[in-house]
Design a binder for this molecule. Structure first.
Ligand code: AMP
Ligand code: FE
Ligand code: FE
Ligand code: ZN
Length: 283
């Protein structure tokens, strides 16, 4: 068990626990620092901060996860210590969330054309006002018995090469790094072990001001973690990480705090943030 978890989702995007429930769970598991990193949304943060007041020894870092596309694959960028009360930033997030909604609606249409009868109304209900994601479509498919589990929904229908896949709004990873830095935040590459062309992604993102990459990622085995730690060192990136908990309830899902970076990494991230906020670059 770790005392730091820098990758957690709530009902503000495709997580299944409310921010309050998540903070309580994290506290009960002995976590001391958590970051809430919902997809394209900071809507869960106020509730998380309010709940965290009941746990004075726990710090909640305002975070985000922005999904982007490199030419050949998906690249997810995490941001921490955001000064998120910023109109331009919130406008961008709203634009991405509207794109998610449109994309979700079109995926349901494609599924319907394939003879799969799930309803867009149900998908919206599952998202409950949060940023819509493919997991919401996947849950609707499980509910109707078309697939047994979420993974099967991705494998058969809505994965990148699936027959019901719809592209997201085009956004380059560098752009997400800039958006995060624009509100004084530090940008970190999420689950880099999933990338086929990690080194070229890192080379580009370092230039854009990337500060860290996930190393202590709960889904990865020890061997992978060691390999990523070495890459992070070579690129002078802070080794971050966490559980990427969504509360989906599958038995193999890592729970909050299952793995995370050491506390000094949080302090190093904070120092970078101060530099960025002073305009010193920090990259
Ligand atoms: P979206 O943001 O709509 O593109 O959906 C991507 C999200 O779906 C990721 O952040 C994960 O939470 C989830 N996801 C991606 N691939 C899978 C998979 N194979 N099985 C279950 N969930 C997945
Ligand atoms: Fe997700
Ligand atoms: Fe991700
Ligand atoms: Zn995530």
């Amino acid at each position: 068990m770790a005392v730091v978890d820098l990758h957690l989702h709530t009902t503000a995007s495709d997580g299944r626990l409310t921010p309050a429930q998540l903070v309580r769970l994290a506290a009960s598991r002995g976590l001391r620092t958590i970051a809430i990193t919902d997809h394209d949304s900071t809507e869960g943060l106020e509730e998380a901060f309010a709940t965290a007041r009941d746990f004075p020894y726990m710090t909640v870092i305002p975070g985000i996860e922005i999904n982007t596309d490199a030419p050949a694959e998906e690249v997810h960028i995490l941001g921490y210590f955001l000064r998120y009360h910023n109109d331009e930033f919130q406008d961008s997030l709203r634009y991405f969330r509207n794109g998610r909604k449109e994309r979700g609606r079109r995926m349901v249409e494609k599924l319907n054309k394939l003879g799969i009868h799930i309803e867009w109304e149900r998908v919206k209900e599952l998202a409950a006002g949060g940023a819509i994601g493919r997991p919401h479509v996947a849950i609707a498919l499980v509910e109707k018995g078309y697939v047994k589990e979420l993974k099967e929904a991705f494998d058969r229908y809505i994965g990148r090469n699936g027959p019901a896949y719809v592209e997201r709004i085009k956004l380059a990873p560098q752009e997400a790094v800039r958006i995060i830095r624009g509100v004084g935040g530090v940008a970190v590459l999420a689950h880099p072990g999933d990338l086929r062309d990690l080194e070229s992604v890192l080379t580009e993102l370092k230039l854009a001001g990337l500060v860290g990459m996930e190393v202590f990622y709960a889904r990865y085995r020890l061997e992978k973690i060691k390999e990523l730690a070495d890459v992070a060192k070579r690129y002078s990136l802070l080794p971050c990480g966490g559980s990427d908990f969504h509360g989906l309830g599958n038995s193999n899902e890592p729970l909050p705090g299952e793995l995370g970076p050491p506390e000094e990494v949080v302090e190093a991230l904070r120092r970078h943030t101060l530099q960025i906020q002073k305009g010193g670059g920090g990259g």
